[in-house]
Design a protein around this ligand. Structure first.
Ligand SMILES: N[C@@H](CCC(=O)N[C@@H](CS)C(=O)NCC(=O)O)C(=O)O
Length: 207
């Protein structure tokens, strides 16, 4: 058997989703290991003690344990200053408010509507940017949309009711793509010794 990179992943994690999107786009093949976060595999913890997914282990034993670095490695993507600024806003400001909007009980003194309004500042700007040309790269789009998807799914009626036409079309296009369908393949949690699961299922880049 050819040695393949190994990806420790969690299907619903937005960070893991962006890494899998890059893999699908590029037709890069990995062995997919689905992780249960409350029972992380010892091998994953050994190679990446910080314990977050995704983690990519290359055949030369290099470990890449940040989702953006996985994207950059797979896509040979060097981010422009504008791309880096969007990613920073997404992973910082937006993720902060998204977590408090989705899980207000996990944080002290949090009012979910305040965090929805603060997250909406970013979404408002994203909508405006998506209305401009040139549009942003597929790589940047894939880095951002899994987080916007989470936000939208929390209260779909509210999200759909906002005056964000470009954002709505963009998200719908991302979620309706063949690449996303392949990215979201369902597999059972990985167990040591099981037959390897190749990802993506069929070879070749996806639009
Ligand atoms: N900065 C990391 C963040 C990854 C992350 O936080 N992943 C979450 C799942 S969505 C995780 O593994 N959390 C660990 C836990 O919940 O114990 C990256 O970009 O890869």
């Amino acid at each position: 058997m050819d040695p393949l990179p190994v990806l420790y992943s969690f299907r619903r994690c937005p960070y893991a989703m962006r890494a899998r999107m890059a893999i699908v786009r590029e037709g890069f093949r990995v062995e997919l290991r689905e992780v249960v976060l409350r029972d992380r595999p010892p091998h994953m913890m050994e190679i990446s003690p910080k314990g977050t997914v995704p983690v990519l282990l290359l055949p030369d034993e290099t470990v890449i344990e940040e989702s953006l670095e996985i994207m950059q490695h797979v896509l040979e993507w060097s981010m422009s200053d504008e791309e880096a600024a969007w990613v920073e806003r997404n992973d910082g400001e937006f993720k902060h408010h998204l977590d408090r909007y989705k899980y207000p009980n996990r944080y002290e003194g949090v009012k979910e509507h305040e965090h929805r309004a603060l997250a909406a500042v970013y979404l408002h700007d994203l909508n405006a940017r998506l209305g401009q040309h040139p549009l942003f790269s597929t790589a940047l789009s894939d880095a951002l949309f899994p987080f916007v998807r989470q936000f939208a799914n929390h209260d779909r009626a509210w999200f759909d009711g906002q005056p964000w036409p470009h954002l709505h079309v963009w998200l719908k296009t991302c979620l309706g793509s063949a690449a996303f369908e392949r990215c979201m393949v369902k597999v059972k949690p990985w167990m040591d010794g099981q037959a390897r699961i190749l990802f993506p299922e069929a070879t070749g880049p996806s639009a």
